[in-house]
Design a binder for this molecule. Structure first.
Ligand code: ADP
Ligand code: MG
Length: 609
């Protein structure tokens, strides 16, 4: 038998290796953009043709390369970013494996133009199939331009494997977006088939997010920022009303590298619990920075997973940071900041995580970062007490300490038994607010927002279990509508019926209101339906809730007592009682506070006492 093992020729070995780094046009885009970032560019332009299949070009104004470096950069394992294995644990650049350009040169026709600031002339190099075809001096601006043409021209099997232009362009835009988000201080543009798709001026992270998602997001972003010795988190999360029905604008970056982490995503979702409908997705752009030594960066560059030395700490940190941010924006006291009890008990939270690291940890890092007051999961409870504390009935114990809470679900239970005593004095101010004394000061309740919450929860229960009691009209009103509204009405008729409105079609674009909820004043039906339709349409464009959810929200908003309406003592008491019987009394369905708490202490301080 003859021996069977052969050494693969270089070009085939290169092509195989290249396949792992460059799977599709978008992977080349990512590598080239990252190289430009690593080169310190402040302006990076991406130009593509045919979704990158015929051309991907990246032009930067970064450091540029010398003649020797320009030739070297296409060699496998040629990198200027690490020198030895130790460097891997301190890596701060995006690349470090020296594989990208070698891979690109193995599967495309590449033209490189580069010049360093201190050089007079630049260098031009053409490479094809890993072989240098041409090299000559060239006049060029400082920086680098790399054009790769006809990706996979020499690997037809791979070329055929590429998806439609629309799909490949989608992937390119995703990569472009991630890099552009993680470096808002750099100008980026993307031109596809001669048309400029993105033009991002350098600016702050918030500006970059707004450039990407649209101006209307400006007011919908909440800042997240927590710092500890172990790790920092920075970025923005969307207010609850900016949530969407489809996953999409959710980004995590670890040390500026985009990652996909269902685990950390879960931490964020957890922080939004009860603030958004269960089937919707909040917006977030979060940057976690930590010592590269505790992250496994040695995972493959095309993989977006990451390994942390202690995942649970990071989970807890992310969750607490997001909750904190959301609470500050909504200024509501009920959010509960205690960590999941199982996380609290982790050895790594309570003490240094290994014996060896004890001394290091004691002088900084995890231990200090996570045991100090004011750190993310030790956000002071005094600002964030559960309900019963407000009325002083719980003698200051939170559900966690008294063992009432179920770990992982520490939301306050319905607050009926924490109601203010019957003789508590209630006052209406400006025909809009109700003051209620509390154990530590007083609550200022916003009557309209509070009532909106109450009606919302009542309708929500009604639509699920039993329909709202309806009352037949003696003289049913007819509604004539424009075709667009008629279509909306057709869509919501069935759900409206559950909510007490029996509306039936009556010829083209016309409807009859057969019955309304018992408390609707006769003669007012038409107006109510008009306003309801408007609100429903407003929600339709704003947030993609379920139809039922949109209706319930519209009705709640519409039926709530408005500000400016004088309330009797009895009405006030009813409202306060109903509010505290709610499952989530602290905010309106779209996240505005229903009340604020003013503590005596705060007041005294404001008066300089
Ligand atoms: P890596 O980024 O992992 O080092 P690459 O194959 O992507 O490997 O690049 C090889 C080397 O070529 C880099 O280390 C860098 O020195 C140089 N290089 C690549 N792109 C650029 C660029 N746009 N500007 C300056 N130098 C570059
Ligand atoms: Mg690189």
């Amino acid at each position: 038998m003859p021996d069977k093992i052969l050494l693969l020729p270089d070009n085939i070995a290169n092509q195989i290796a290249a396949g792992e780094v460059i799977q599709r046009p978008a992977s080349a885009v990512k590598e080239l953009l990252e190289n430009a970032v690593d080169a310190g560019a402040t302006e990076i332009k991406l130009i593509i043709q045919d979704a990158g299949k015929s051309l991907i070009q990246v032009i930067d104004n970064g450091s540029g390369m010398s003649e020797t470096d320009a030739r070297m950069c296409f060699e496998r394992h040629a990198t200027s970013k690490i020198r030895n294995i130790e460097d891997l644990f301190h890596i701060r650049t995006m690349g470090f494996r020296g594989e990208a350009l070698a891979s690109i040169a193995a599967v495309a026709q590449v033209e490189l133009k580069s010049k360093k600031a201190e050089d007079v002339t630049g260098i031009y190099i053409e490479v094809e199939n890993s072989v240098v075809r041409k090299q000559e001096p060239v006049a060029a601006p400082t920086g680098t331009s790399i054009a790769m043409k006809n990706l996979f021209f020499n690997v037809p099997a791979r070329r055929n494997f590429l998806k439609s232009n629309a799909a490949e362009l989608r992937h390119i835009i995703d990569e472009f977006t991630r890099v552009a988000l993680s470096f808002p201080g750099i100008f980026f543009s993307l031109t596809s088939n001669g048309q400029q798709l993105f033009h991002f001026e350098a600016g702050s992270l918030k500006q970059r997010i707004v450039q990407l998602l649209g101006n209307n997001y400006n007011a919908k972003l909440v800042t997240v920022r927590e710092e500890t010795d172990y790790m920092n988190i920075y970025g923005f999360v969307g207010k609850p009303e900016a949530s969407k029905k489809t996953r999409g604008d959710q980004y995590f970056f670890v040390n500026n590298r985009f990652i996909k982490s269902p685990y950390l995503n879960h931490a964020v979702m957890n922080a939004y619990q009860e603030m958004i409908p269960p089937d919707s997705f909040p917006l977030y752009v979060l940057f976690i920075d930590l010592d590269p030594a505790v992250v496994d960066v040695n995972v493959h560059p095309t993989k977006q997973e990451i390994k942390f030395e202690d995942e649970k700490i990071i989970y807890a940190f992310v969750q607490a940071a997001v909750k904190h941010a959301l609470a500050q924006f909504s200024i509501t006291p009920t959010l509960d900041f205690d960590l999941d009890a199982s996380i609290q008990q982790l050895a790594s939270v309570q003490q240094p995580f290994t014996e060896e690291k004890k001394s290091a940890a004691a002088s900084g890092s995890i231990y200090k970062g996570f045991t100090q007051k004011h750190q993310a999961h030790f956000i002071e409870k005094s600002d964030l007490r559960p309900w019963k504390d407000i009325y002083g009935t719980g003698s200051g114990t939170s559900p966690v300490e008294s063992g009432e809470g179920t770990p992982g679900n520490l939301h306050p239970s319905p607050a009926t038994h924490y109601l203010p005593p019957a003789d508590t004095e209630l006052t209406q101010l400006l025909n809009s607010y109700i003051t209620v004394p509390s154990a530590y000061g007083f609550l200022l309740i916003h009557q309209q927002s509070a009532h909106e919450r109450v009606v919302y929860e009542q309708l929500k229960a009604a639509s699920k279990d039993k329909p709202v009691a309806a009352q037949r009209s003696m003289f049913p009103a007819t509604l004539e509508m424009i075709p667009a509204d008629a279509a909306v009405m057709e869509e919501i008729m069935d759900d409206l019926k559950l909510l007490g409105y029996l509306i039936e079609p009556f010829g083209k674009n016309t409807f009859v209101i057969q019955a309304t909820p018992a408390d609707v004043e006769p003669g007012n039906e038409k107006h109510i339906i008009d306003v309801l339709l408007e609100q429903y349409k407003h929600f339709s464009s704003e947030v993609k809730f379920s139809r039922r959810e949109k209706l319930v929200r519209s009705l709640a908003r519409q039926q709530s007592i408005k500000t400016g309406v004088r309330l009797t003592e009895r009405e006030m008491r009813q409202l306060v009682t109903d509010l505290f019987a709610c499952e989530q009394p602290n905010a309106t369905p779209d996240g505005n506070p229903t009340f604020l708490e003013f503590k005596r202490e705060q007041l005294e301080r404001m008066f300089g006492k």
